[in-house]
Design a protein around this ligand. Structure first.
Ligand code: FES
Length: 571
């Protein structure tokens, strides 16, 4: 085996070797641990401010067991943790910052292989992005979903049930006391959101990309098998270092195509579009918005999970999880079977015998849960660089719709005016929200699924066409057009829409069109001016460098990889 990079620190003589070894020996490590064995970094997003990852210190201990067993030397290190429900203005604002932390922490330290501990929404893409830019042997391990929420005899799904109950309180269908009680019943165990929201989607993406051991996506956080998987992951990364099996050998174009198709089959989050494009950009695989449409759009949704369906991640695990879905894809010519995975086997070898125990949760191809349910990419004069809609979570009767725009210039105006009884709006209107994109919010918050006006909810309206440059929580639903690019704050045509304009959405024709003539739009553009740059700090750097949604919203100077080598010593 070739000399490991950790030996550039620990295998040295003289002053440098003394310096690199002596200080770390303050933790009680014996001398023989520096004998050339692999050093495995455990990249931990544990934080008490990230509830979904609060059990990660415990998981790390099981990873360490596996690393020790296989003859490695595990060293756990923290990176910036992104709690989706806590961070303002939105966790996505910090995804790229966290990825820089991950990249530089790996590169700057004596690490030969990395285990990425990921859970809450943005912790998965940020770790994959940062690690991809270093390209060491790397394996992903998700923290697992929470147990199903239980309340008054029925299931509660993270996020999805919150949006439903909030509307029920507004229309008087649910008492406020019950709403408060439900707060303690929705999230009752360790783990991340247990709907097919962004966290679950991204855990499925990690597995579909081949970046984790099989079964990673669905095992509940509190199931003993999650801890077994952690131990096996620790064993495996040591062998990956011996084999020099690096991320770039796994994250090929075929792996991303498998992930896109898997995302369609699971009814996954629209956020996967942005994150997969950003990860591909780091590792150097060309991937664009249209890949999601032509690879995934015509695929059926096989998985009946909230928000597109009924069940939750615990049910998905008991039904067979992602291996059962990938087997269906493989048997129907929708999987690159030879794609390599972290266990050294092809993805098809991993899933070829995968059982399904419940066809109501994981349907087969012959009788899918929903037809043609992948993410659809829309274009037109309102979104020249594209926009997306999750058809499986939309209302079929609104997929071809023409309506009068009711425009909100920002999220504050949207909140302030939506419930104004005098707002001129009915269910045929199209709600348009501006300035919530990567630069505009900043950070492209999950506000695209605007609440419907209370007066329409009282009439029994349950969905309307909504359009914005924002994102939407993976747990949300509705006929919601997202990620309009270019965004309003970058001068995209969205900035020019006015209340009263007519807008056409035609999902079958992939069309998003503003029915305003070019001369009028040019006159409006002449009066438009960009928002001022933030004065300082991360916000200024972010706004100056963030790319548009269709490019993955990475910072322009972070795209690509630099490898793991650092030539200079620290002293
Ligand atoms: Fe962390 Fe949903 S809030 S996964």
């Amino acid at each position: 085996m070739k000399r490991l990079r950790s030996q550039e620190w620990f295998g040295r003589e003289g002053k440098d070797g003394f310096l690199y070894r002596s200080w770390i020996k303050n933790q009680g490590w014996p001398r023989d641990l520096f004998d050339g064995r692999s050093v495995i970094g455990i990249c931990n997003t544990w934080s008490e401010l990230t509830p979904c990852n609060a059990h990660f210190r415990e998981i790390a201990e099981y990873v360490k067991r596996g690393v020790w067993e296989a003859g490695g030397f595990p060293l756990e290190f923290p990176v910036m943790s992104l709690g989706e429900t806590m961070l303002r203005p939105t966790a996505m604002f910090f995804r790229n910052l966290a990825s820089m932390d991950v990249e530089e922490s790996i590169r700057g330290n004596p690490i030969d292989g990395v285990v990425l501990l990921m859970g809450c929404d943005k912790t998965t893409p940020s770790l994959l992005m940062g690690a991809a830019s270093c390209d060491l042997p790397t394996i992903g391990l998700s923290g697992g979903p929470m147990l199903s929420g239980k309340f008054q005899g029925h299931d509660l799904g993270s996020g999805t049930s919150l949006w439903q109950m909030t509307d029920d309180v507004r229309t008087g269908k649910m008492k406020v006391d019950d709403y408060v009680d439900a707060e303690s019943c929705m999230h009752r165990s360790k783990g991340h959101c247990m709907t097919m929201g962004t966290a679950s989607t991204m855990a499925n993406m990690v597995e579909a990309l081949g970046m984790s051991l099989p079964g990673n996506a669905a095992i509940p956080a509190v199931d003993a098998r999650r801890y077994t998987l952690a131990q096996l992951t620790g064993r495996r990364i040591v062998q990956m270092v011996r084999d020099d099996l690096r991320m770039s050998q796994i994250l090929k174009r075929e792996a991303f195509e498998n992930a896109i198709r898997a995302n369609a089959a699971i009814g996954g989050s629209t956020n996967a579009v942005i994150h997969l494009i950003a990860i591909a950009g780091r590792i150097g695989v060309p991937l664009c918005l249209d890949d999601f449409d032509h690879l995934g759009q015509r695929l059926p949704c096989l998985v009946n999970l909230q928000p597109s369906g009924q069940y939750l991640m615990e049910d998905y695990f008991y039904a067979g999880g992602l291996p059962a879905v990938l087997r269906e894809l493989g048997e129907n010519a929708a999987l690159h079977k030879n794609a390599l995975t972290v266990n050294g086997k092809s993805i098809w070898e991993n899933v070829t015998q995968a059982p399904c125990w419940n066809r109501d949760v994981i349907h087969n191809y012959e009788s899918p849960f929903k037809e043609n349910a992948g993410i659809t990419v829309l274009r037109g004069n309102l979104a020249p660089c594209g926009a997306v809609i999750k058809v499986s979570a939309a209302s079929p009767h609104l997929l071809q719709h023409r309506g009068r725009a009711v425009v909100f210039d920002n999220i504050e105006e949207c909140h302030a005016r939506t419930n104004d009884e005098n707002l001129e709006i009915d269910e045929t209107c199209v709600m348009v929200l501006k300035n919530c994109g990567p630069r505009g919010y900043p950070g492209m918050a999950e506000v695209g699924n605007m609440s419907l006006p209370a007066k329409l909810l009282r009439k029994g309206v349950t969905d309307m066409v909504r359009i914005s440059d924002a994102r939407m929580s993976g747990t949300a639903y509705g006929t919601v057009v997202l990620h309009v690019s270019p965004e309003a704050a970058a001068g995209g045509p969205l900035a020019l829409v006015q209340s009263g304009d007519m807008v056409t959405l035609d999902v079958h024709k992939r069309l998003l069109q503003l029915e305003v003539d070019d001369a009028t739009l040019a006159a409006r553009r002449a009066r438009w001016s960009p928002p001022p740059l933030p004065e300082r700090g991360w916000e200024r750097l972010y706004v100056q460098h963030v790319q548009q949604a269709h490019q993955g919203a990475d910072l322009d100077f972070l795209v690509g990889r630099s490898g793991a080598r650092v030539a200079r010593d620290s002293h």
